[in-house]
Design a protein around this ligand. Sequence first.
Ligand SMILES: [Zn+2]
Length: 315
Amino acid sequence: MLLFLLPIFLYGDAHIFVYHRFGDNRYKSTDTSIKELKKEFNFFKKNKYKVIKLETLINAIKNKKDINDKWVVLTIDDNFQSFWTNGFKIFKQFHYPFTIFVYVQSAEKKYPDYMSWKELKEINKYGSIQYHSYSHPHLTYKSDKEIKADFIKGLKIFQKRMGFKPKYFAYPYGEFDTRVQKIVKQFNFQAILNQNIGAISKNSNIYNLDRNALVGKTFLKRDLRYKDLKIKWIKPKVYPKNGILKEIMAKLYNKSIKNISYYLSGYGWHKTNIKNGIIDINIDKKLIHQRNRIVIKVGNKIKTKLLIKDKYGTK
Ligand SMILES: [Zn+2]
């Protein structure tokens, strides 16, 4: 009986993590020390987490295959020099695959703190090199035309230098909304990654994959416990015009849930009771930040909604 039940426990939710800098203590908020990196990798090893390629996870979602609860995907944003000098050898030592999202302008203009095309080509033998925009803009502050121009330019240079077309894209600063997402999707990426806390299930949207940041103060064990909450967002869809968030409305697929926790940037966590799986909170709060997150949590199941100011209005 136990043997029969066993495989069920193996299937669950995977986790994608994002790093930025390695062993570069000039930038505390985006750095991972080598000591910390080794600690995390040893934790994965000791607890039988399987670090897999991003491609493997995306193919599993696409093909509606079961997701293994022990799968971990490691990504790195911004092609900082510190990966080449400090981080790379640790990844090689553990034989962990990784995906780097390249800020094209930094390599093309040979910015001193970033890896060169030559270094990226060498790294491409061990990991996957993917796309992170040309000029690393705050995309919601750019017009449709400006976004398209940035992508056309960056993708052309990327392909010329690397010799292939990138398949995956990660938003600079993790910032996007429906308008930005629509434009980016026109460039036919096979998957798009954000920077919201969450987990990856076989129901995850491959054009909006959650990534947990492992920079500064990290919560690796907590993040690994998170599961993907199956939820349908109703309100708000976008950043409210006057900056006042009136209502949070969503529908849970599991109607028996009676208590939830919710979080709003600047206002912290709160608890509330719900009926018939319908979340309907009259919140009436002024959004404090340019980038806000609403997080809904039921036990260890979690889902994030990003609300971000869009200079050009959401469509
Ligand atoms: Zn970035």
